[in-house]
Design a protein around this ligand. Structure first.
Ligand code: 5GP
Length: 325
């Protein structure tokens, strides 16, 4: 997006007073960090902000400044604007459309960096090149000329750190390190964020990881694994504990596409996390199953039974690999 579009967005913000900020269901580091970072920007501009997520904040992000102010409900009163981060539709927030209709925001602003991003709002800023929505909020902060406070810096740093896979994904460019340097100079608590994200796992997470990795399967360039509700129970693992297993599958030499299946409580569906490297596009595979995401990281939900779901998805992934040979 050009600078004048950022200026247009800033004008829309300046003209308004009350804001609701939300992001996607099962929020991750970018969803939470960018929403909180944006809330600090809006407050610095003299605005009133209500941050709401349909799902709880995962424990690893609960220490982020402002996380304790995140509500699980949209407000009853009508805001001047609703800002939706990282979502390709209002449904992706996890709130019911009826809740949005009841709230009846005067303006809807969509800020996203997914390739599967869509123009569903009154104002849409979609930058598929951005490493994180947190990096887009950072651009907004710079354009607004607002001084970055330590809490804002910490939240935006957490967003970028997690959504770049610790500065390893192809979206990491020189400017990403420039942003990180500026955020640290502004007081980002980088070490606390790293401790929370990488060194605060539950025993259940590590047991679930062991169970899932032990039965991993590999065919050609595709690796996959899964966890059932029974296995989660045996490992004392929560849904949150199952995040990130797929990153170990894609870390294997020669594997270019990986998928992790987690059985969901209805026992009829599986949540999928897909990852790729070396030019393989898993966003398209997720989109084919009704989900979305980025070229190298995407997700979707598929119907069981597990054996059929695995066969369908692995076939698509093998095709995605051959498409770039
Ligand atoms: P994860 O595997 O970490 O849950 O998700 C990887 C990426 O795909 C994230 O950027 C996430 O926002 C996106 N993603 C995951 N599930 C879905 C989905 O069901 N729909 C869409 N549009 N994006 C998804």
């Amino acid at each position: 997006m050009h600078t004048d579009s950022i200026e247009a967005l800033l004008s829309l913000i300046r003209e308004r007073q009350t804001f609701v900020v939300t992001s996607h269901a099962r929020p991750d580091g970018d969803a939470i960090g960018s929403a909180l970072g944006l809330s600090y920007l809006l407050e610095a501009m003299g605005k009133q902000v209500h941050v709401a997520f349909a799902d709880p904040v995962p424990s690893i992000h609960q220490l982020l400044p402002g996380a304790d102010r995140i509500s699980r409900a949209l407000p009853q009163s009508k805001p001047d604007a609703l800002i939706v981060l990282e979502c390709d539709s209002l449904e992706r927030t996890g709130f019911r459309i009826a809740d949005f209709e009841r709230m009846d925001a005067r303006l809807v602003i969509n800020i996203d960096h997914h390739r599967s991003g869509r123009d569903y709002a009154d104002f849409n800023w979609i930058d598929a090149e951005a490493s994180a929505v947190g990096a887009m909020v950072y651009e907004l902060v710079i354009a607004a000329g607002v001084t970055i406070s330590p809490p804002m810096a910490t939240c935006l740093y957490a967003a970028v750190l997690t959504d770049t896979g610790s500065f390893t994904y192809p979206s990491t460019v020189a400017a990403t390190f420039g942003l990180a340097e500026h955020l640290l100079q502004s007081g980002a608590a980088a070490n606390s964020v790293a401790q929370a994200v990488y060194f605060s796992h539950t025993p259940g997470k590590i047991r679930a990881l062991g169970a899932a990795l032990f039965k991993m399967e590999i065919e050609d360039c595709v690796a996959w694994s899964w966890i059932t509700l029974e296995e989660m129970q045996r490992a004392s693992a929560t849904i949150e504990d199952c995040e990130g297993v797929v990153n170990y599958l894609i870390s294997i030499a020669g594997v270019r596409a990986a998928v992790f299946f987690r059985e969901v409580p209805d026992r009829e569906h599986f949540r999928l996390s897909l990852r790729s490297k070396n030019g393989v596009d898993v966003a398209r595979v997720a989109e084919a199953f009704g989900g979305g995401g980025h070229q190298n990281a995407s997700g979707c939900t598929v119907e069981g039974p597990l054996e059929l779901a695995k066969r369908r998805v692995v076939t698509e992934l093998r095709q995605a690999c051959t498409a770039v040979i």
